[in-house]
Design a protein around this ligand. Structure first.
Ligand SMILES: *Cc1c(COP(=O)(O)O)cnc(C)c1O
Length: 364
């Protein structure tokens, strides 16, 4: 008997993770390829996290603490909320899926931008629910239009701030206005994966809304500035009521023991965060200048990546850069996203881009 798969599931495109660096190097015959495609911290993990990992491995025969007691306590202390307001997940990706599972039934709606983190759409479709996609304005979330897109069937509204892939942010004022207009049955997901990189003083203090008891979830992660993407750990700050519902659908051991220990150490390493943030800022300025010198304009970014227009088919530029051992992300049309790397990586990216654009322009 043939498999019976729901057409919605069959129609999904699996997330494309890309090949391991070593495999790519072998296929392309290049060495020292650089990956500027996933917005990881190019400076690596916090040294404090690496240190605790050595000690933590001796208890790998035990299941992890299913309640992530100490990690949640640390986060609660630092963020001035109660521990029952802290959710942890196997990356914040998992928390997105758990929110969908807890709040969206088949046919119900989740409002999101039309150019934002792809996991929202995938998770919502996977839950047989309906993504309602609202176009960006000036590469930024159009919160007024998103509020207008809310119906009786809306359960979740995703705001990626700063937005991946555009790097733009919504201001405190804009968010305040939107939240004051939203009905209480909508859970607002404020995805702040790049929170620690933001420099704009108009960035919202989103935890304030959680402390006020509004129905929102602030998502943050150890995958970006904390440099622990490989361990998979993210967290959400929300009301005790919302975390109670998410915990009903959460698998008991969703964050592994090494991740819990390393995350606690990384959280305490203010020096690593400050250094990473400073380097990012300096290198972003360097890359922006470099792109400008190539005649390319990029959108001002509050994160650790730049989104820019290559002025031709972005896929061709992506492929050509790949052959030079430089991996970026082609988003759509002529738009490409590059993660801010270490200085040598950024130089190499700019050199490769300059060469590739010259070649592709001459054969056009
Ligand atoms: C990278 C990223 C995440 C983090 O995902 P993890 O599962 O925590 O690694 C979440 N949201 C956005 C917008 C991101 O870019």
């Amino acid at each position: 008997m043939p498999l019976r798969v729901h057409p919605v599931i069959a129609s999904l495109t699996p997330y494309s993770p890309g090949k391991p660096l070593s495999e790519l190097e072998r296929e392309l015959g290049v060495s020292h390829a650089i990956k500027l495609a996933s917005n990881e911290n190019p400076w690596g993990p916090s040294p404090k996290a690496l240190q605790v990992l050595e000690g933590a491995s001796s208890s790998l025969h035990r299941y992890p603490d299913g309640g992530a007691h100490y990690l949640r306590q640390d986060l609660a202390d630092r963020l001035k909320v109660a521990p029952d307001q802290v959710l942890v997940g196997n990356g914040s990706d998992e928390i997105i899926s758990l929110l969908v599972k807890a709040f969206l039934s088949p046919g119900e709606e989740a409002v999101m931008a039309d150019l934002t983190f792809v996991m929202y759409r995938l998770a919502v479709l996977g839950g047989h629910a309906v993504p309602v996609e609202v176009p960006l304005v000036n590469w930024t979330h159009d919160l007024d239009a998103m509020v207008k897109a809310v119906t009786d069937r809306t359960r979740l509204l995703f705001i990626c701030n700063p937005n991946n892939p555009t790097g733009t942010m919504v201001t405190a004022q804009a968010l305040d206005r939107a939240l004051s207009q939203l009905p209480d049955h909508v859970v607002v997901v404020l995805d702040e994966a790049y929170y620690e990189y933001v420099r704009d003083p108009d960035y919202p203090d989103s935890l304030r809304y959680v402390r006020e008891g509004r129905p929102c979830v602030v998502l943050r992660t150890f995958s970006k500035i904390f440099g622990l993407a490989g361990l998979r750990v993210g967290y959400g700050i929300t009301t005790p009521e919302i975390s109670g519902y998410v915990n009903r659908v959460r698998p008991p051991f969703n964050v592994n023991s090494l991740a819990q220990e390393a995350a606690r150490a990384a959280l305490s390493d203010d020096e690593h965060v400050a250094k990473s943030r400073g380097m990012n800022e300096a290198e972003m300025t360097f890359l922006e200048e470099g792109l400008k010198n190539l005649g390319l304009s990029c959108i001002p970014s509050q994160a650790n990546f730049l989104y820019f227009d290559v002025g031709m088919d972005g896929k061709r530029v992506y492929d050509a850069l790949l052959k030079e051992g430089v991996i970026v992300r082609h988003i759509r049309g002529s738009m490409v996203r590059v993660t801010i790397g270490q200085p040598t990586e950024n130089h190499r990216f700019l050199d490769a881009l300059k060469m590739v654009l010259a070649v592709l322009t001459s054969v056009q």
